[in-house]
Design a protein. Structure first.
Length: 402
């Protein structure tokens, strides 16, 4: 080996066994986050350094042995190596090795300082992350407590709402029971009203029958005490206000008798028949007019000699017809009342004209062409009269026959 090559070998050995292993150890410790003071890394570093020291020692020993004469070596025992006795070339190699060692030490110190700064920076980052983690945990705990409080409030609110619903349900059931009781009372009162109306109707009918019987007896007495009359005289002498209804209306005279009887029934129906000192009790139960109309309709429904109608000029509509309309046209009373104007095919103009004249006339006659249930035209005679007094004053009552 040349002289220059021999001088570089200690430097290469120093770099190989000192600088490179220490740099690798420090770099690995920084990369893997392992402390430089770990026992494993310290042991590895000492082992590599000791091997490097042995290698350098053996190199220096071989170099000195090759340069010194053989006779100068100690004959018996080796003495400790004294570097002061090395030749100038050995001293230069040692100075170069020392210089390299100092340079290596400087680099190592700089590397250690840099690594310490990295470690400090990493510690600061870790501390900052730890603080942030604690803050996040506090925020999470706070949010969890707030959520639990809200959940508890919602539970309490739901409990309150359930209690409110239960209370309202109980009140509703109580109100429903009261409504049922009031409904029972209303049914009882309605039944009582109906009973009173029936009693009043029966009293009216009995009064009419008594009056008719008295008039018949009076007529018989007059007939027995008077001389025989001609047929025409008998017709003229008949009482004009005889209210005995014929069994079946077939002509104008029968219609007049039926109409007078119905007008008398209508005039006798007044509010006093069903109030009887209990106006405060019944005032809120039903409308007086509706009750009177119902009583009138119930009274006229039993008239079977002809079709009897009740018409309201003010409302311009038919209010009632009895069941005899089935015999004439085949319709039910409800159907006839509902479709009166469509059932009438001809004569509606004359009907309205006659109704308008009843304010000045006692009675008036007209005829209507009506369509029966079999879709056939039927000529129906109508005798109309206006109720002069009573609850149904100015209402029109009529008798239909054919």
């Amino acid at each position: 080996m040349s002289k220059g090559g021999s001088g570089l070998r200690p430097l290469l050995l120093t770099v190989l066994f000192y600088t490179l292993p220490l740099s690798l150890i420090i770099g690995a410790a920084g990369y893997f986050g392992i402390s430089l003071y770990s026992s494993k890394f310290l042991s590895m570093g000492l082992f590599v350094i000791s091997m490097g020291s042995i290698a350098i020692y053996m190199e220096l020993r071989q170099k000195v042995s090759s340069e010194l004469p053989q006779e100068e070596l100690p004959p018996v025992a080796e003495e400790p190596l004294v570097l002061d006795f090395l030749p100038a070339e050995g001293k230069e190699s040692e100075e170069a090795a020392n210089t390299a060692f100092l340079q290596l030490e400087k680099e190592l110190r700089e590397e250690i300082a840099f690594r310490n700064e990295e470690i400090q920076r990493l510690n600061q980052e870790r501390e900052r992350e730890r603080v942030e983690k604690e803050l996040k945990e506090e925020e999470l705990d706070s949010a969890q407590r707030l959520f639990e409080e809200k959940l508890e409030e919602e539970k309490l609110r739901n409990i309150g709402l359930q209690e409110t619903v239960s209370d309202l349900k109980s009140r509703l059931e109580f109100k429903q029971e009261e409504i049922d009781k009031l409904g029972g009372k209303i049914r009882d009162l309605t039944y009582e009203i109906k009973t009173l109306l029936q009693i009043a109707d029966m009293s009216i009918i009995s009064e009419v029958r008594d009056k008719n019987e008295k008039e018949e007896d009076l007529f018989r007495n007059i007939s027995l005490s008077s001389p025989p009359l001609s047929k025409s005289d008998k017709v003229e002498k008949l009482p004009q206000d005889s209210y005995l209804a014929p069994e079946s209306v077939k002509n104008l005279e029968d219609a007049k008798k039926q109409l007078r009887r119905c007008l008398d029934i209508a005039q006798k129906i007044t509010g006093s028949h069903y109030i009887r000192g209990q106006a405060a009790r019944f005032r809120d139960m039903a409308d007086h007019y509706a009750l009177d109309l119902r009583r009138l309709c119930d009274s006229l429904r039993s008239e079977n000699g002809a079709a009897v109608i009740v018409y309201s000029p003010r409302e311009n509509r038919l209010l009632f017809i009895n069941n005899h309309v089935k015999t004439i046209l085949g319709y039910s009373p409800e159907k006839f009342v509902q479709d009166f104007e469509s059932i009438v095919q001809e004569g509606m103009g004359d009907w309205k004209k006659v109704v308008g004249q009843l304010s000045t006339l006692h009675e008036a006659k007209t005829s209507l062409v009506m369509k029966n249930k079999n879709n056939e035209d039927v000529v129906v005679q109508c005798l109309l009269g206006m109720i002069p007094t009573g609850v149904f004053k100015s209402h029109v009552m009529g008798v239909l026959y054919h």
